[in-house]
Structures are given as C-alpha cells and as structure tokens.
Design a protein around this ligand. Structure first.
Ligand SMILES: NC(=O)c1ccc[n+]([C@@H]2O[C@H](COP(=O)([O-])OP(=O)(O)OC[C@H]3O[C@@H](n4cnc5c(N)ncnc54)[C@H](OP(=O)(O)O)[C@@H]3O)[C@@H](O)[C@H]2O)c1
Length: 313
C-alpha cells in the first residue's frame, strides 16, 4: 500500500466551513444494531480509527441520532473530548412518523448536542425526506436551529433532485445556504450521476456528500463469491454479481498500481472525489482509516475515470 498524500480541504457548500476532501462515517461506531456488520471490533479499534483519521488530516466525522440509538454520537463526543481537538461534526435528525412539528427537530438536536457534548453541531442534516410531514416543516426547524446558532450549516440527506431544489429555495427565503445533500454514491451506485442530482448540486453550490462510497466494503476487494459479507450486505452482494465486482476490482488494482500502489478501496474513493463529491467511508480500525486516508491528496487521470465509468456501467 502506498503512503497517503496530504489531504486537501474543500468548501462545504456556501457555509464558510472547510472540510477535508474525504470524511469519516461513524455509523458503525457503537452500533449494536449494525445490520449484519457484526461486533468483531472493540472500542479500542474505534479509538484507533479516530486517532488514525485525525493524524492523516481527516477531521470531518458524520454521525446521526439513530446510529446505535445515540451510541455513535456518544462515542464520537467522548473521543473528541478526550482528544482535545477541534473537529467538524455532522449529525442528522430522523423524521420519525410520531414527529409532526418543527419543534421536535429542536428537541432532537438538543439531545444530539448533549450526547456529543457540544454547544453546536457544524452540519445538521435531515436524514430522510420521509412523509407525511412536508420537508418544508423540517427545513423551517433547521433554519430556527441555524438562527439560534445551534448549528453552523444546514444539510439534507437522501433528497432527490426536485426535493433538493425545494430545500435550497426554502432555506434561501431565510437567507441560509443549503450546504450539502448526503446520498449513496459509489462505483456500484451511480444514481446521483445518472439522475442529474450531482450536476444540480454543483449548480446550486451544494456539496454532495457520498455515503457508502465503498459499497459497504464490496469495493475493497475483500469480499468474493467464495467469501461473502454477512447480514444485509449479503443481499446486496447477490443483487450485484460478484463477476462484475471482480472485474472492477481487477481494473482498480491495475489503475492503482500506476499510482504508486494504491489499493482498490483508495481508487474507488478517489473516483468519488474526482466526480466532485466528498466520500465519507466508514472505518472500524486504524488500518482501515489509514488505508482510506490514502485515497486523498492525488487524482486519477480523466481516462482512468472514464475507464472506471465504463466498467461500472
Ligand atoms: N445518510 C444516510 O442515509 C446514510 C446511509 C448509510 C451510511 N451513511 C453514512 O456513510 C458512512 C459510510 O457508509 P457505509 O458504512 O454504509 O459504507 P462504506 O463506507 O462503503 O463501507 C464501510 C465498511 O467497509 C469496510 N471498510 C471500510 N474501509 C475499509 C478498508 N480500508 N478495507 C477493508 N474494509 C473496509 C468496513 O466494514 P467491514 O470491515 O465489516 O467489511 C466498513 O464498516 C456511514 O458511517 C454513515 O456515516 C449515511
């Protein structure tokens, strides 16, 4: 594996906040309901992932109130406090069906702040545009939180193209920029590209944050037909043929070799960066965090991006 280069920083939409071009997803940290992720890693592993990320300049962490029923936020808050470092934290509000008013967003935010042990959250996102409450209600709650300086930037997640335009326009009426939309985006899920969402985000100066950028580990090359992932990931593996994944891994290895020995995971993450999005791979240990950090600070050539596009079609 090659040595990681220096991580570049990029603006988070028009929020005035700068983040590394690659973040860290902390869904699995403290998540005992981890949908087949298993509990084969300890708090010491997670601490290792946190410290290795910071050491490599990755100081943007994405969590949510629902991850581990608050355990992910609690653990992230503890690690931040103990490190004494200032980091950029993103969290999310979940529009449960029993939440009906914008005030419930402020209540949920208050609980997240307590678990994180912070006075404000850098980026607060609406996790899903789930009915029946119209997204405008939650956006009004986000704007209230912004005006009270409880959050530094307003974001959304899993919003489609039209919902993104609506969110951007709604926040604009309160003079607040929509900083980001967090959606699934990887070589195995190119929907944001094919639907035009990526282009729309670029046009609106909304950062597209890419979740599951390693397709939950499938793009690292460690899972094969013979060695399948467990839980929900097994189902996913059946949907995408392991022959397709294998061909992609071979191409990524070949391309990575031309960049000083970059691994398939690093090539997969760099492809997301080349598309103008900010990937937030989950890491459960220091070695995973270090490998992922090596995806930043360099760029695939345009013909390599095109070859990966063609192979993943
Ligand atoms: N907004 C949303 O609705 C939403 C949904 C999903 C995720 N997210 C966010 O996005 C983040 C990342 O997404 P994700 O966890 O679904 O998928 P991912 O980043 O594509 O995959 C993460 C998993 O891949 C494996 N892995 C990571 N780095 C590796 C490496 N270098 N080598 C080998 N294996 C490696 C680890 O699992 P194993 O070691 O078990 O293989 C890890 O848990 C989450 O933490 C969360 O913050 C948001």
């Amino acid at each position: 594996m090659s040595e990681p280069n220096k991580v570049k920083r990029v603006p988070l939409g028009a929020s005035g906040i700068n983040i590394p071009e690659l973040g860290v997803g902390v869904w699995q940290w403290g998540d005992s309901l981890s949908w087949g992720y298993g509990r084969s890693y300890s708090e010491a592993d997670i601490r290792g992932a946190f410290e290795a990320s910071l050491a490599r300049g990755l100081d943007f962490f994405d969590t949510a109130e629902v991850y581990g029923r608050g355990e992910s936020e609690r653990l992230l808050g503890k690690l931040i406090r103990e490190s004494g470092r200032t980091v950029t934290v993103a969290s999310k509000f979940f529009p449960f069906p029993w939440r009906l008013t914008r005030g419930t967003l402020l209540q949920a935010l208050d609980h997240s702040l307590r678990r994180l042990d912070l006075d404000s959250i850098d980026l607060y996102q609406i996790h899903f545009p789930t009915p029946p409450v119209p997204i405008e209600t939650w956006l009004a709650g986000l704007a209230d939180a912004f005006d009270r300086k409880l959050i530094r930037a307003a974001g959304i997640s899993n919003f489609n193209l039209n919902q993104t335009r609506r969110a951007h326009a709604t926040l604009a009426t309160r003079g607040i920029p929509l900083a980001s939309n967090q959606v699934s985006f990887s070589l195995l899920n190119r929907q944001p590209q094919t639907t035009g969402l990526l282009d729309t985000c670029r046009e609106l100066n909304v950062t597209l944050i890419a979740y599951s950028p390693l397709a939950q580990g499938l793009l690292t090359g460690k899972y094969t037909r013979q060695h399948r992932p467990g839980g929900i990931r097994a189902v996913r593996g059946f949907q995408i043929s392991f022959d397709t994944i294998g061909r992609l891994i071979d191409l990524m290895s070949e391309i990575g070799a031309g960049h000083g020995g970059k691994t398939p995971a690093q090539v997969a993450l760099n492809w997301v960066i080349c598309k103008g999005a900010v990937p937030i791979p989950g890491a459960k240990s220091a070695p995973q965090a270090e490998e992922n950090a090596g995806a930043a600070g360099w760029r695939l050539a345009p013909d390599e991006v095109a070859a990966l596009d063609a192979a993943s079609r």
